[in-house]
Design a protein around this ligand. Structure first.
Ligand SMILES: [Zn+2]
Length: 214
């Protein structure tokens, strides 16, 4: 059982580890039925980014799966999830971008967790779409203070100061696709795109695995 959880093989559902011969995206039928696909476009109120696409609704099932993905070292789940993101891109004809950038987490957080889930989602997308991925360009340089004790203005400042672009010549005139796992208020996406646009990017739009809105 432990072996199965740590090293999932074909023939097992990635989420519930159930043996099944009816797997799609490495998920059994039961788990698949709990996924709510939306493949939807959301408008963001920002001059730096105008569109965000999301693949799945953030329901209890995806919430739980992402939680495991993040905190139980089930990083192989990205192999299941990224296929839904590819479907969103096909359905919405998303192709006008030059490079892919994952939303970064602070290096300390990445060191503790061992990976950045946005990067794990972005990597197979970049490979399938044959687009370059820049992992070390947009960085989170500051450990963000607890956001819930701050006013809306302080929150924005706090976030904006925490992202930096390294070697900005790499994104000059580039159309960027930002990748993240969850879309909630969009504040992180807005701040990331503001940082990228001010560093010389041509345009930014985002694709997230899940959305808390439908
Ligand atoms: Zn399952």
């Amino acid at each position: 059982m432990i072996d199965r959880l740590l090293f999932p093989k074909d023939g097992f559902c990635y989420v519930c580890s159930d043996e099944s011969n009816n797997l799609t995206h490495s998920l059994c039928m039961e788990c698949r039925s709990r996924i709510e696909e939306i493949h939807k476009e959301f408008r963001l109120d920002s001059p730096y980014i105008d569109r965000c696409y999301s693949s799945l609704f953030y329901n209890n099932f995806t919430k739980d799966s992402i939680h495991r993905f993040k905190f139980e070292d089930r990083s192989y789940l990205y192999r299941t999830f990224h296929s839904y993101m590819l479907k969103t891109m096909e359905m919405n004809k998303i192709k006008d971008f030059d490079i892919i950038i994952p939303v970064p987490v602070h290096w300390r957080k990445e060191a503790i967790r061992g990976y950045n889930q946005a990067y794990l989602l972005a990597k197979p997308l970049a490979m399938k779409l044959d687009k370059p991925i820049l992992r070390d360009c947009l960085v989170k340089s500051k450990w963000t203070r607890e956001q819930n004790t701050l006013s809306a203005y302080e929150r924005k400042r706090n976030l904006l100061d925490s992202f930096k672009v390294r070697r900005r010549e790499r994104i000059q005139g580039m159309r960027i696709l930002l990748i993240d796992d969850i879309f909630t208020t969009g504040s992180t996406l807005k701040v990331c795109s503001e940082t990228l646009m001010k560093a010389g990017a041509e345009s930014v739009f985002a694709l997230t695995l899940t959305s808390t809105k439908m």
